[in-house]
Design a protein around this ligand. Structure first.
Ligand code: WT7
Length: 571
């Protein structure tokens, strides 16, 4: 087989004639699939859960299939409706109203999903936080969003800085532990007392639904704000790209603390009423293959880092499991190496379909779909309704095969509507009607897009986005460190790892213990994925005359590349 081209998939897939669908396409037609077509008002929780719970054919279908070490549980659409109604009643009792921010900081569990939909049902805005966040990461997000309620577990409470959060009124505690303080709400007790019935707060399509914090090259993490309208695109891409069908068992491996875990771990499958596998716990090849085998997963959405780890675990591990239930595999988050696509053809006898999008875009914009040929290494083509282009810095399109900014014509349903409390940051994404992604790419003559790299200093480690500024800020809080510059260093499995260059304060000497202490300091202060795997002590950190760290120069040094223009370098 020509490794440069993997032919389209045979058989019965949802998007058969890409060109034709693209031509006759309108978002308004997609909207016709939802009940608000008649009422004018919506709620994504209703469309994802209650609508199926009201359907006699579907109310007893498994919606959530939860599996984690030591716990396995199924919830039907009917049960998930009732639980989320109960939680909506709990929130109402504590005066949570439309537009309030309610954050979730807990591991994936059935309670998480009941709470998530409860938040939407009262018209509040949900802010899911990755469970590995440490105190400062939690503080930054709760402060910036002025969250009113936080849902967490007694175990994670020590990472919640309760004194610094004047807007935070209540903390809902899920699971065993001490819950007697007046700010605490006992989840089990109040759920027990709450009614199964709730009358949903109907909202407008443009009302707020989600806040996902993500990193840029400067400043603190930014709150990317999404509205209910986004579900139109979750619904449509679930059909065309995920190729979901009623009998599928679907598994998206992402945590809901990241956008993939909400758009495609919650909305895409449930808007179609499909059984959704949620796996808690950490990654291991055996557990993951075991999950596919045991639950007969048919559609699987995962990430290059995980796939690369499966590749290095070897065929012996894969051969221990029956994986023939799989019929469609997708990937997102980082470049999908052509070798992994080739491996997938052998290991699963299936193509792995790359998809490209961002926290800010809310849903898949560019993808390889089943009916089209795949060019390994390419992200694919824009989905129907999306116009993508490569533009120069003035906002003009450049010819095919020329590198530039990957940009999208403004106005798709799932696009972020604001950066929370930061209108100028929001504005800075746009030029001439284009949303500029920050990725560099080129387009080939046939319209396939090829990712080249980030144009800013944002680091992508194991598919997780890390802002160098955040890590640098944490580093210089360490008593031994004077200055710090942080870069992403290429790594075969993780895509990039975080490398820090530091200078030490007087009186401190480099030692293995000190570097380990620094690593732990970032790990426990910020989060494990933000901790530098490599630290190098320098005499000075290169800066511009205006005092900006020249990360590009650090990277060139690290990679042994030409240093380019250093005219702005400070003496
Ligand atoms: C950045 C967005 C929402 C998806 C999860 C990550 C990189 C994403 C691909 C891909 C190469 C990719 C880009 C993008 N990225 N998908 N298929 N190939 N790079 O969301 O954390 O907002 O990160 O991830 O650099 O800008 P995110």
């Amino acid at each position: 087989m020509d490794m440069q081209k993997v032919p389209s998939r045979e058989g019965d897939h949802n998007l058969k004639d890409y060109e034709q669908v693209k031509q006759n396409f309108s978002w308004d037609k997609v909207k016709g699939n939802f009940s608000w077509h008649e009422t004018g008002k919506v709620n994504a929780a209703y469309e994802a859960i209650d609508r199926h719970a009201e359907d006699p054919q579907k109310q007893n279908k498994t919606a959530l299939l939860y599996t984690a070490p030591g716990r396995e549980e199924r919830l039907t659409f009917g049960e998930l409706r009732n639980l989320s109604n109960r939680f909506a009643n709990v929130l109402k009792k504590h005066d949570v109203n439309k537009g309030d921010r309610v954050f979730l900081f807990m591991p994936r569990s059935p309670e998480f999903y009941a709470a998530f939909f409860g938040i939407l049902k009262v018209g509040a805005i949900a802010g899911p936080l990755f469970e590995a966040f440490m105190e400062q990461a939690v503080r930054d997000r709760l402060q910036d969003s002025e969250a009113k309620v936080l849902i967490t577990t007694p175990d994670l409470l020590e990472r919640v800085p309760q004194d610094d959060l004047p807007s935070l009124e209540k903390i809902v505690l899920v699971g065993e532990g001490e819950k007697s303080a007046p700010v605490y709400v006992d989840y089990e007790k109040e759920m027990e007392q709450a009614s199964d019935a709730f009358s949903i707060e109907w909202v407008d399509l443009e009302d707020g639904m989600l806040l996902h914090y993500t990193s840029g090259s400067t400043g603190k993490p930014k709150g990317v704000y999404h509205v209910h309208n986004a579900m139109i695109q979750h619904y449509a891409t679930a059909e065309w790209v995920l190729d979901l069908k009623q009998d599928d068992i679907y598994w998206c491996t992402a945590d809901p603390g990241w956008v993939t875990g909400t758009s495609y771990g919650i909305f895409a499958p449930w808007l179609h009423g499909i059984t959704n596998v949620i796996r808690g716990g950490r990654f291991s090849p055996e557990d993951w293959y075991g999950t596919i085998e045991k639950h007969e997963v048919s559609v699987w959405y995962t990430a290059p880092t995980a796939l690369r780890m499966l590749v290095s675990a070897g065929a012996d591990v894969a051969n221990k499991f029956a994986l023939s239930s799989l019929r469609h595999i997708l990937s997102v988050g980082e470049p999908l190496n052509p070798e992994v696509v080739t491996w997938g053809l052998k290991a699963f006898d299936l193509r792995i379909h790359d998809t490209w999008w961002m926290t800010e875009t809310g849903a898949i914009l560019i993808a390889n779909i089943p009916s089209e040929e795949i060019r390994p290494g390419s992200m694919g083509k824009p989905v129907p309704g999306i116009e993508a282009a490569i533009i120069d810095n003035e906002g003009n399109e450049v010819p095919a095969k020329q590198m530039g900014n990957l940009a999208i014509k403004e106005g798709w349903p799932s696009m972020m509507r604001a950066v929370w409390n930061n209108p100028s940051k929001f504005e800075s994404y746009f030029i001439n009607g284009w949303y500029v992604s920050g990725d560099s790419a080129y387009k080939d003559e046939d319209g396939y897009f090829w990712f080249q790299g980030r144009l800013d200093d944002v680091i992508n480690t194991s598919g997780e986005r890390v802002g160098p500024f955040e890590v640098e800020s944490k580093l210089i809080e360490h008593e031994a460190i004077a200055e710090a510059g942080v870069i992403g260093k290429p790594h075969p499995e993780r895509g990039e790892i975080i490398k820090a260059f530091i200078t030490l304060n007087d009186g401190y000497k480099e030692s293995e213990e000190l570097l380990e202490d620094i690593r732990q300091f970032v790990k426990t202060g910020l989060s494990a994925h933000a901790a530098p795997r490599e630290i190098e002590v320098k005499d000075a950190i290169p800066k511009t005359r205006s005092g900006k760290i020249m990360r590009r120069l650090l990277k060139s040094w690290e990679l042994g590349l030409p240093t380019g223009d250093t005219s702005t370098l400070e003496e």
